[in-house]
Design a binder for this molecule. Structure first.
Ligand code: ATP
Length: 447
C-alpha cells in the first residue's frame, strides 16, 4: 500500500482538510481543527449516516441532547465509577504516560508478549498501572464546590437513554425502534497521537435501537451487517474491513456482547465502530437512579417490560480518517508523472464538480461562471481560473473532486463542455444544459 499516516497528515494540512489546533501556540495534544474541505467531507459523512438511519428507514427518530447533563446521569450510567483506563508512566528517561491497554494491543498486533511491554518512546520500564477517569470535569456557576461539578459527556448515548420516556411518548413508535444522534463527546485520552484517530474531543454517531428482549439476537446480527455494509457502500474496500467480536475480557461494563467494525488503518487493524448488545443495563440503571419507571407496554401479552438495546456507535472523525486513507492513491501516469488522487465516493467528496475556463479570456470565464451557477443546486462546486489547466486538475484530484468541467473555445460556439472523470481520466463532451441532470443522476446512483 502506498498510503502512510504521514502522507495523510501532510495532504490534510496541505489542502486544509485538518490541521493541529492552536498551532500558533505550539498546538495542543490530540486536538485538531477542520478546514474548508475537511468540514465539507465530515458533513457528507454525517449526512450519509443520517440518510442510512432516517431517510432509508421508518423505525428510527432523531435526537440532539445536551453535552452537559445532570451529574447523576454519569453516576447511574456507571461512567463515574467504571469509565477509567489503566495508565502507566515511563520510569526511564522520557516520563511519558500511556494507556496500558493501548500498549498491550500494539504488542499483540506486533506478535509480542503483552505482559512484557516497555516504553515505546525510550524503552524504559513502566510503572504499575493506575486507574484514571476519562471524563472531563467542569463546574456550573462561580463557586468551586463538589455540588456544582458537572462533566462533559464521554458518549452521546446516555442523552438518548435519559430521554427515552419522552421520545416514546411523542414519537408514536414502539420497539423495535431506534433513536439516533450525532454530537461531540469528550474524553481525557492519553494517547500516542495517531492524528484524528483518537482525540480529546470528537463527534460520535450513535444509535440506540430498543427491542423486545426476545428479538435482541436478531437485531444484533442485523446491525452488525448493516453497519459493515454502510462503509462498503460508500466505497471502502471490503478487504480492508472486518467484523471482530470482542473477547469476554474486553467487554465494557454495560455489554454482554460487542463486535467491532475494524478498518486496516496504516497503524494496523483498529476499531472504527462498535456494535454492542447493552441489554437493559442503561434503562434499568436510569430507572433506579431517577426513581422512575422506564417501561414499554406490550399489547399482545398485556405486560410491561424494559426493552433491550442494540447500539451501533461510530466515530465521525475516525470514519472520516478511514475514508481518506481508503481513498488515497498515487497513480503513475503515461509519461511517468505521478498524481495524488483521493478516490472518494462522489457523495463523500467535498466538492462534486469543479468548473474551469480553459483560458482566462475570450468570454470563457463568463461562460464558466454561468455553468458553475447552474450547478450550485446539485452540490458543492469550485471555480478555478488560475494557472495551467493540468495543475488545476491535479488540485481537484487531491481533494477527490469526481468531475471537472472545462469551458473552451468550442463551448462558446455550441454550448458544449468537456467533463473529465477523476478516476478514468476520460473526457466526454456534454451539452451545458444537460449537466445538472447528469451530475444529479450520478450522485443518486449506487456506486
Ligand atoms: P477506543 O478504545 O478506540 O478509544 P472505545 O472502544 O473506547 O474506542 P467507544 O466507547 O465504543 O470507543 O466509542 C464508539 C466510537 O467512538 C469508537 O468506535 C470510535 O469511532 C469513536 N471514538 C471513541 N473515542 C474516540 C476518541 N477519543 N477520538 C475519536 N473517536 C473516538
Amino acid at each position: 500500500d502506498v498510503v502512510t499516516m504521514d502522507k495523510i497528515v501532510a495532504l490534510c494540512k496541505r489542502r486544509g482538510f485538518v490541521f493541529p489546533a492552536s498551532e500558533i501556540y505550539g498546538g495542543i495534544a490530540n486536538t485538531y481543527d477542520y478546514g474548508h474541505y475537511g468540514v465539507l467531507l465530515k458533513n457528507n459523512v454525517k449526512a450519509e449516516w443520517w440518510r442510512a438511519m432516517l431517510q432509508d428507514r421508518d423505525d428510527i427518530v432523531a435526537l440532539d441532547s445536551a453535552i452537559i447533563q445532570h451529574p447523576r446521569v454519569w453516576q447511574s450510567s456507571g461512567h463515574l465509577a467504571g469509565f477509567s483506563d489503566p495508565l502507566v508512566q515511563c520510569l526511564g528517561k522520557c516520563k511519558k504516560r500511556y494507556r496500558l491497554d493501548h500498549l498491550q494491543e500494539a504488542a499483540v498486533e506486533a506478535g509480542e508478549d503483552p505482559a512484557l511491554v516497555r516504553c515505546p518512546t525510550c524503552g524504559g520500564e513502566l510503572s504499575e498501572p493506575r486507574e484514571f477517569n476519562l471524563m472531563f470535569k467542569t463546574q456550573i456557576g462561580t463557586v468551586e464546590d463538589t455540588a456544582s461539578t458537572v462533566y462533559l459527556r464521554p458518549e452521546t448515548a446516555q442523552g438518548i437513554f435519559v430521554d427515552f420516556k419522552q421520545v416514546l411518548a411523542i414519537s408514536r413508535k414502539k420497539p423495535p425502534f431506534g433513536i439516533a444522534q450525532i454530537g461531540k463527546s469528550f474524553r481525557n485520552e492519553i494517547t500516542p497521537g495517531n492524528f484524528i484517530f483518537r482525540t480529546l474531543e470528537f463527534e460520535q454517531m450513535e444509535m440506540e435501537f430498543f427491542v423486545p428482549p426476545a428479538e435482541s439476537t436478531e437485531w444484533y446480527e442485523h446491525w452488525k451487517q448493516a453497519r459493515f455494509d454502510w462503509y462498503t457502500e460508500l466505497g471502502v474496500r471490503e478487504s480492508h474491513l472486518r467484523l471482530r467480536p470482542h473477547e469476554d475480557d474486553e467487554l465494557s461494563h454495560y455489554s454482554s456482547r460487542t463486535a467491532d467494525v475494524e478498518y486496516l488503518f496504516p497503524i494496523g487493524w483498529s476499531e472504527l465502530e462498535g456494535v454492542a448488545d447493552r441489554g437493559d443495563f442503561d434503562l434499568s440503571a436510569h430507572a433506579a437512579g431517577a426513581k422512575t419507571k422506564i417501561e414499554v407496554f406490550d399489547e399482545a401479552s398485556g405486560e410491561r417490560y424494559v426493552p433491550h438495546v442494540i447500539e451501533p456507535a461510530a466515530g465521525c472523525d475516525r470514519a472520516t480518517l478511514a475514508f481518506l486513507v481508503d481513498a488515497y492513491d498515487e497513480e503513475t501516469l503515461e509519461g511517468g508523472d505521478v498524481r495524488t488522487v483521493l478516490r472518494l465516493h462522489p457523495r463523500l467528496a467535498p466538492v462534486k464538480v469543479a468548473v474551469f475556463p480553459l483560458v482566462k479570456k475570450d468570454g470563457q470565464p463568463e461562460l464558466a461562471k454561468e455553468v458553475r451557477d447552474s450547478l450550485r443546486r446539485v452540490g458543492q462546486t469550485d471555480y478555478d481560473e488560475a494557472g495551467a489547466i493540468g495543475k488545476r486538475y491535479r488540485r481537484q484530484d487531491e481533494i477527490g473532486t469526481p468531475w471537472c468541467v472545462t469551458v473552451d473555445h468550442q463551448s462558446l460556439e455550441d454550448r458544449t463542455v468537456t467533463v473529465r472523470d477523476r478516476d478514468s481520466l476520460e473526457q466526454v463532451r456534454v451539452a451545458i444544459d444537460d449537466l445538472p441532470s447528469l451530475f444529479a443522476g450520478r450522485l443518486a446512483e449506487r456506486w
